[in-house]
Ligand binder design. Sequence first.
Ligand code: KG4
Ligand code: ZN
Length: 343
Amino acid sequence: MENEKKDVLILAIESSCDETAASVVKNGRTILSNIISSQIDLHKLYGGVVPEIASRKHIEKINQVIEEALKEANVTLDDLDAIGVTYGPGLVGALLVGVAEAKAISFAKNLPLVGVHHIEGHISANYIEHPDLEPPFLCLVVSGGHTHLVVVKDYGEFEILGRTRDDAAGEAFDKVARAIGLGYPGGPKIDKLSGEGNAFAFDFPKAKVADAPYDFSFSGVKSAVLNHLNKCKMQGEDILAADVAASFQRCVVEVLVEHAIAAAKDYKISKLAIAGGVASNHGLRTAMEKACQENEIEFYRPSPIFCTDNAAMIGVAAYYEYLKGTRHDMDLNAVPNLRLGER
Ligand code: KG4
Ligand code: ZN
């Protein structure tokens, strides 16, 4: 039919940290493909992400990942309506690989280029499996680099209520995991080990930031765990790793849940979503769901595969930016410290 609405197909690229990812997204909410090439095994050898190695690996993988994403979606570059790409925040060299690739495809195929904020992507992951979810809602973003409590006022419009003053939640998980000897990335390992431990074995401190009820601070709990481990070593006591992991996780989860629920109540927001790598944490998912039920708040969370870095979430965010008319030129650059809501 002539005036039938045409589908909007977006190829999205994500390379801000240690995952090279590409995805084809239809009309902002249907994921036709979601290809992720993880570099975790490589960086594990060094105990964390090595930026230079990450950039090189992205260059090696990006074309293959894009080809796979197109193939799985059963489309070609000629079927696309736009290219979406993460241009910040993240590691500058890593971001540049995705940005250069997206610009090349956009130029060669004369396709609109839409630069996406990585955290807007994480938040947008919630739209994938919740067709009913629309702004406004509250979102707790917890990743390796960010801990934000955000009011999503509209698509691409944010008000940040709180943020971390020091370590991000994921960073605290990674540092504590390293101290216990679990290796990188620590979050999933602490999560797993917590299942075998007593979460009430230790009472680690839950920091509050004076006059900023929605801000977070995780350096105190991290130091308390490190001090505990040192004390055990010095006194020749066994380290109860599972109990330490479970108690640490409980402490972080309680703070995240308390702050998010308080903000939802204070701002009278009845929908609460979580996003980012730490949103795949079993303890957080269970505790937040329970707290939301008790407070009659609708709870939304992406499946774990859409919580950690992926390009599908970038495609979703790119779609809503595309609808709003956001377009970038060939001078689009990587912005390692891009702020949420900035263009
Ligand atoms: O969102 P993400 O993949 O990358 C960033 O944008 O930072 O988040 C990665 C972070 C890492 O710190 C990782 O340890 C943490 O998310 N993480 C978890 C879990 N899975 C990933 N933290 C706690 N529990 C998990 N299951
Ligand atoms: Zn991320």
